[in-house]
Design a protein around this ligand. Structure first.
Ligand SMILES: [Fe+2]
Ligand SMILES: [Fe+2]
Length: 329
């Protein structure tokens, strides 16, 4: 059948009834507005027709002025729906293009870094390593700043996660290599968020399951961005697993307990605390005390209880230090 802007259809028709035709039309021609006509003034039928996708319902005999008004209204609404859809389509296309450009930029920057590393590696011996580590940490921090520029409320997130996570690692007696990895992973852990479309990242309300599954892509997307950089390869498991839960209910791999790398378990606690104490488009920030309560409640379920305990000590120390600082002004 050819596409029509609008169809006026009687409910009672020979053969296929109006209601049956309506349900078929909604599937085959979703952009056609349907106005149902009937001689029976039955609210139930009217409601049923609207539920099935009719735009309006007119009882016969009808007044011509009323009919033309309703037809005009149905056509205007259809125009609006089509315009909105077109707008949405263009917006999505633009976001996709932008995300593609950013990813391309990252890729080129990473490839350049990779080449640089090979050159530096050839030039220097072991003595160069610390220098190189520091240079890469700076690069990772710059990438974090770039990724965070999109989310004004997230600025400084990676830096704060890095400070607290490395403090936890020190308290737990982790070796210097792991502490170094944690700092690097903290800088890079959310760079994969660049693949999350604006309309999801900045949504003020709760996410639909489909939108949430977009969000859950960011650890893997982050890994994809840095995969080719030899210098970052040891921190891949930490970035990939920073949203795994101690009880196996996290993402992306649903790892459980100590099968989640220690560095990732540490990052998860520092990350969650900072996320809770910063505002988000869909909720205000939690107070420090409220966030501590959430951590305590989630110890053993979302987070490793030993790490939560250590985080609480780190936070107490932080509070003591803040208190000891002279007041401003
Ligand atoms: Fe994250
Ligand atoms: Fe994060």
């Amino acid at each position: 059948m050819k596409d029509f802007d609008l169809v006026l259809m009687d409910i009672k028709m020979p053969g296929l009834s109006g209601m049956e035709t309506l349900s078929q039309m909604v599937i085959d021609h979703p952009d056609t507005s349907v106005v149902m006509l009937t001689a029976v003034a039955d609210v139930k039928i009217a409601v049923e027709a609207m539920k099935q996708g009719a735009y309006d319902y007119i009882t016969k005999p009808f007044d011509l002025d009323d009919l033309s008004l309703r037809v005009r209204r149905a056509l205007e609404r259809r125009k609006l729906v089509l315009e909105n859809r077109e707008y949405q389509r263009r917006l999505e296309q633009r976001v996709e293009q932008q995300a593609g450009q950013i990813q391309q930029y990252y890729k080129e920057a990473m490839e350049a870094l990779s080449r640089e590393q090979i050159v530096l590696g050839k030039l220097g011996g072991e003595g160069q390593r610390d220098h190189l580590d520091e240079a890469y940490l700076q690069v990772a921090r710059s990438l974090a700043v770039m990724a965070e520029a999109r989310e004004p409320y997230a600025r400084g997130h990676a830096e704060r996660v890095s400070l607290r996570a490395s403090e936890i690692a020190i308290q737990l007696g982790c070796n210097a290599e792991l502490i170094k990895q944690i700092k690097l992973a903290a800088a890079l852990h959310d760079i994969g968020k660049i693949v999350i479309p604006d309309q999801i990242l900045f949504k003020a309300g709760p996410l639909t399951p489909a939108e949430f599954s977009e969000v859950t892509r960011h650890p893997t997307a982050g890994v994809e961005i840095i995969r080719n950089i030899e210098h970052f390869k040891d921190v891949i498991p930490l970035i990939e697993c920073h949203h795994e839960w101690y009880n196996g209910k996290g993402y992306p791999r649903k790892l459980k307990g100590e099968s989640i790398p220690l560095g990732a378990r540490i990052l998860a606690v520092a990350d969650a605390y900072d996320a809770m104490t910063c505002p988000r488009p869909y909720r205000p920030r939690l107070s420090n005390e409220e966030a501590v309560q959430v951590l305590k409640k989630g110890a053993g379920a979302q987070w490793d209880p030993k790490i939560v305990d250590t985080m609480l000590k780190v936070l107490e120390r932080e509070a003591r230090m803040l208190k000891a600082m002279p007041a401003e002004g």
